[in-house]
Design a protein around this ligand. Structure first.
Ligand code: UDX
Length: 434
């Protein structure tokens, strides 16, 4: 089929390229001329492992068309996916739907033909109803709106598209389930569940899923705090809990705090939906508060570990919100590094995805191009992001400081091994921080 993805960000580009790889002809549409130019050169403007190869493969056989020409893309496509951003409004903390509204208005103005608009962007409950109103006002009676949320993790997005646990389609007109089942059939043949519900149901499933995952992570993070006061290993708790199939072992890894472009945005988005429909979502509110507060806990621990931070050399290994992405959105490092800089520490950082604009304005924070240069004269090494290349570092080899301390925010290393190597090692939920 001919599909159009409006928006070529993390969701639109990955979904478009993967749909093309399933044999569809996909028009990837974006207003950003620079982005389209990069895509036409066969490159991905975003860091997503494996995406460049898929773009080249499908672009070379004409299954992918990158364009800024909305009229052409819409006229050629039967299904139109809305994949534009839905950021959080700074002041109200509500979801900014302006890009979604504009995209739908432009589609309505560009055609009178029968089209199906599919919202893949994460949109609050009731957005489909609002889009119906917009279309009605524009006398666009031939365009319907359904919901098909995505569940792609950055860094694993291609795998998550190809092997989804479930495809969720929300529509109040059952006739649309057939065409959606058709485009996802190759994935259903490999075992993915095809789940249909109302349009509002699909909109809420997305927020509910992300908010629950954020809750699960925050739960284990708070238990990690308890473990530090009771000398229990949080890894044992995660295993002991996770072996219960009703709980499940995934997303029970204690860490710095959740970050990224989704959990922070979607937990706030769900609370604002609750407010709109006069329902107090107290658990999600407490998750947001707990996660935000957690970032301060780490700098307090660092002050305990170092005594004073003034003039101390601190080396960060990784600064992105998770490995296999260059995304810095809501990364814990964005709070920790400026705070430590204010306390007078001399900070270095290395990240496989390179130097970050977010830290360029800090006077005592520099980017080092490799692990050794970054760590060699540190007083404290902070393992912030669990990139594979950090997993076998021999700290004694790269740093001769007898009083070297390590703070492992991802529990990548083994407590006993560090003890036997006489390295002063701190981690999350595995030893006392009294
Ligand atoms: C998330 C959802 O997983 C995905 O389904 C949705 O479509 C988009 O949002 P993403 O934000 O890309 O994906 O990353 P994810 O792997 O979920 O991690 C989010 C944050 O939680 C990261 O900061 C990660 O470090 C943290 N995390 C994750 C933990 O701290 N512990 C865990 O066990 C898992």
């Amino acid at each position: 089929m001919n599909l159009c993805m409006i928006g070529t960000g993390y969701v639109g580009l990955v979904s478009g390229v993967c749909f093309a790889d399933l044999g569809n002809k996909v028009y990837c549409l974006d207003k950003n001329k620079e982005k389209i130019k990069i895509l036409k050169s066969g490159k991905s403007p975003i860091y997503e492992p494996g995406l460049d190869e898929l773009i080249k493969k499908n672009y070379s056989v004409g299954r992918l068309i990158f364009t800024t020409d909305l009229n052409k893309a819409i006229s050629k496509s039967e299904l139109i996916f809305i994949c534009v951003g839905t950021p959080t409004k700074k002041k109200s903390q509500n979801v900014d739907l302006s890009f979604v509204y504009n995209a739908v208005k432009e589609v309505a103005k560009s055609t009178k033909k029968r089209k199906l608009i599919i919202t893949k962007s994460t949109v609050p409950v009731g957005t489909g109803d609002e889009l119906d109103q917009i279309l009605k006002k524009l006398k666009s009676n031939n365009i319907d709106v359904i919901s098909n949320p995505e569940f792609l993790r950055e860094g694993e997005a291609i795998r998550d598209f190809r092997f989804p646990d479930r495809i969720v389609v929300g529509s109040d007109k059952k006739k649309y389930f057939k065409v959606m089942k058709k485009i996802y059939q190759p994935l259903l043949n490999k075992g993915a569940k095809f789940f249909t519900t109302s349009r509002r149901g699909a909109e809420l499933i997305k927020y509910a899923s992300n908010a629950f995952l954020a809750t699960k992570i925050t739960f284990i993070n708070e238990l990690a705090n308890l473990c530090e006061q009771t000398n229990i290993d949080i890894g044992d708790i995660a295993l002991g809990m996770g072996s219960d199939t009703r709980i499940g072992g995934r997303f029970l890894r204690a860490g710095p705090a959740y970050g990224g472009s989704c959990f922070p945005k979607d937990t706030k988005g769900l609370v604002s939906t609750g407010n709109k429909f006069k329902t107090d979502l107290t658990i999600v509110k407490s998750v947001i508060k707990s996660n935000e507060n957690r970032k301060k806990i780490h700098t307090q621990k660092i002050k305990k570990i170092l005594g004073s931070c003034k003039n101390k050399k601190i080396a960060f290994l990784g600064v992105t919100f998770k490995p296999n992405t260059d995304d810095m959105r809501d990364s814990t490092s964005l709070k920790m590094i400026p705070h430590l800089s204010k306390l007078g520490a001399k900070i270095k950082y290395y990240d496989p995805t390179g130097e970050k604009n977010e830290f360029k304005h800090l006077k005592n924070c520099i980017f080092e191009k490799n692990i050794k240069e970054n760590c060699k004269d540190a007083d404290l090494i902070i393992l912030h992001t669990e990139w594979d290349e950090f997993k076998s570092i021999d700290f004694k080899k790269i740093n001769k400081n007898k009083r070297l301390k390590i703070f492992d925010l991802r529990n990548l290393f083994n407590v006993n091994e560090m003890k036997s190597r006489k390295i002063e090692y701190y981690s999350i939920g595995r030893q006392s921080f009294k």
